[in-house]
Design a protein around this ligand. Sequence first.
Ligand SMILES: [Zn+2]
Length: 352
Amino acid sequence: MMRAIAVVPGRPETAGVIDLPEPRASDGSVLVRTRLIGICGTDAKIAFEGDYGNLPPGEEQLVLGHESLGEVLEAPGDSGLSPGDLVVGVARRPDPLPCPACAADEWDMCRNEGYVERGIKRYHGYGSERFRIDPRFAVRLDPALGDLGVLLEPTSVVAKAWEHAEHIGARAWFKPRVVLVTGAGPIGLLAALLARQRGLETHVVDLVTEGVKPRLVADLGAHYHAGPVADVPVEPDIVIECTGVGQVILDAAERTPTGAVIALMGLSHSDRVMEMQLEAMNKALVLGNKVVFGSVSAARRHFDQAADALARANTDWLSRLITRHVTPEEWPTALEKRPMDVKVVVDMTAAA
Ligand SMILES: [Zn+2]
């Protein structure tokens, strides 16, 4: 038996550790010893809201962990992996039909909702002491990254948003110079990292006035602003929106120059009435030839892009994104948002 971090979706009081049998051979030929699991807003949504996160068929709890890092224990000779390799599992799996998007290996763009997601949708996550995986969905990391590899999955989601923003911008003349990132959580900070790696003038806006976030932004060579987006004195060619707040999206649409591209990565609160002036948004988008698009999940190639981005990043800066380590037994505390938190990780190797 092995320990796993689990919850019944929508019932946070059930969050805890369960015992599971060893991973099933049907999960894949590669056996991995789990090191770290990152906890993010999606896990909190699963635990608290219940309209997000689905149990696997016949199961009573969902094992969490779509952000993984592990070490290969066993791998077949033709898998391209060897014992000791550091790997991260891709979160989403193509639907079995497959739809045309999944058939093109773009399961992040699945058209029929038939996909599963480890730790989110009808498939246990990687949050057990060991997991099995098909080599097609295991991304090998630069060994120098070590435990920082747990940042790969959130970086993959950011890499996808960047790739799509650049593709959309390329519909016409486009030479982005200034980027605005709204929200300085882990996704916003990683979006700012990728902006700096592209040599762009980067601005990050958030509400906090002190603590680790402004320093992390400054240490990227980017500019930090505290307060409303409307007060940030720049005209960004690309906006990476990570808050999901309606007013922030509208302000971003209105203050960008002609031809701007705005990527929405934040999810709006389902229980909040969004006071969005849609006609003002219409005017900003039509008269400015602007694009607002949504972005979620990542295909295999985005994980590979993210692995390259992390390998090029400053490891000291990356390590400061991980602000709290907890044991599996303590994992429910990772759902609490503490003022100094950026990314909280569960150390699956910690003894009970
Ligand atoms: Zn599909």
